[in-house]
Design a protein around this ligand. Structure first.
Ligand SMILES: [Mg+2]
Length: 161
């Protein structure tokens, strides 16, 4: 079974400190400067219930550890995941004056994953420029309720099962 790594922000959820959709937020994460409201991307539950049978799953966000753990507890309470990595596993680089937290997939070797077994879905291609064979791009999601990128992604992922 391959390993499928999911980015968090704008890939599977979008967060804001104010309500931005008609419907209620899916969950809240307390924050010292005001709670964050979290909305799941459309079809996230359907997506996860399918991919959990196809792949080993993991999370890798360039946000902080507290946040990653909160998302893990809210979304993956019933879905086993291999690991939930945060910014501390990223590498900070400057490209054209812009700071980027790259996700160095070679770190997975420590967990005994070979790169040929690894896929990663992320809405920021700049974080994965060194891994064209592993990287599956997805459009950033900011709350469009008509979005069906996760359903389209299932069609792509089918080829790797
Ligand atoms: Mg993202």
């Amino acid at each position: 079974m391959r390993l499928l790594i999911l980015d968090i922000d704008q890939t599977i959820v979008h967060a804001s400190q104010s309500k931005f959709l008609e419907r209620e937020a899916d969950f809240f994460i307390p924050h010292p400067f005001g709670d964050f409201l979290y909305y799941k991307r459309p079809y996230l539950d359907e997506f996860l219930s399918q991919v959990k049978d196809w792949f080993c799953l993991a999370l890798w966000s360039s946000s902080d550890k507290y946040y990653v753990q909160q998302v893990k507890e809210h979304i993956f309470s019933d879905i086993p995941i291999e690991f939930a990595w945060d910014r501390s596993k990223c590498t900070y680089v400057k490209k054209n004056g812009i700071g980027i937290y790259e996700k160095p997939l070679q770190k997975l070797g420590k967990l005994h994953w070979s790169l040929s077994e690894v896929l990663i879905i992320d809405d920021t291609p700049e974080k994965l420029t060194n891994y064209p064979k592993n990287y599956l791009p997805i459009k950033s999601w900011y709350g469009n309720e008509e979005d069906n990128e996760l359903i389209k992604m299932l069609e792509i992922l089918k080829e790797y099962v």
